[in-house]
Design a protein around this ligand. Structure first.
Ligand SMILES: NC(=O)c1ccc[n+]([C@@H]2O[C@H](COP(=O)([O-])OP(=O)(O)OC[C@H]3O[C@@H](n4cnc5c(N)ncnc54)[C@H](OP(=O)(O)O)[C@@H]3O)[C@@H](O)[C@H]2O)c1
Length: 194
């Protein structure tokens, strides 16, 4: 039985991925979010809901105890969030982190100039890449609601291909990453529709 902690669990992609994760009966989920009463528990036998802010180190560490994998689906001051996550994972002995970022953080999208709005995404990715964690950073294109799973990956140092990607494609990939301690470890992956 694998235990997954989802940070920012009320996010659009996190909610979609929760549905995918619950299709498997070998996973237990902890949904960590601010103002937790917003989110109904989709399956109380397998899902715990925790009210918490990622910037609250004590609450974050408490939620991490006993987990196997951390899946961070955040927005806002992401560099500070990433530093807190790394420190709390060190303190609790966790290694596997799946972290949602964005396309464009390395200026890798052909024809698009790097924009400062991406600074928190770039800086959080850098902090994670410098850590000793078994991370996988995802850099998705623009989300679509197509009910299809169809994606291609590009690696750090490669030009991003394409533009959009379905939420279902990202959720499918996140499930695979959650299940494997070694798949795409220490990689930063661009994800777009094939
Ligand atoms: N939409 C796109 O096309 C697209 C494309 C590429 C990348 N992305 C990025 O991918 C990421 C995930 O996307 P999404 O659509 O799922 O984002 P989202 O719906 O904005 O979800 C982000 C979540 O982060 C939570 N959060 C922010 N600060 C927090 C904190 N200190 N503690 C706990 N939770 C916190 C927010 O919680 P609250 O509800 O409490 O504010 C929110 O639920 C985002 O960073 C997004 O910018 C999006």
């Amino acid at each position: 039985m694998k235990r997954i902690l989802i940070l920012g669990a009320n996010g659009q992609l996190a909610r979609n991925t929760t549905r995918f994760l619950l299709d498997r009966d070998d996973l237990r989920l902890t949904l960590y979010l601010r103002r937790a009463r917003r989110l109904p528990n989709p399956d109380p036998a397998r899902v715990a809901i925790v009210d918490g802010d990622v910037l609250d180190r004590d609450a974050l560490e408490a939620a991490m105890r006993g987990q196997d994998v951390v899946y961070a689906n955040l927005a806002g001051p992401m560099a500070q969030q990433a530093r807190n996550i790394i420190a709390a994972m060190h303190a609790t002995g966790l290694k596997r982190l799946i972290f949602i970022s964005s396309m464009g953080i390395y200026g890798e999208v052909p024809g698009e100039r790097y924009r400062s709005v991406l600074d928190p995404y770039r800086d959080s990715a850098l902090a994670i890449e410098r850590s000793d964690l078994d991370y996988t950073i995802l850099r998705p294109g623009w989300f679509t609601h197509d009910a299809t799973v169809n994606y291609q990956l590009t690696r750090a140092g490669e030009a991003f291909i394409g533009h959009d990607v379905s939420l279902d494609s990202l959720s499918d990939l996140i499930v695979k990453l959650v299940l494997s301690p070694t798949l795409e470890v220490r990689q930063s992956l661009g994800v777009s529709a094939a």
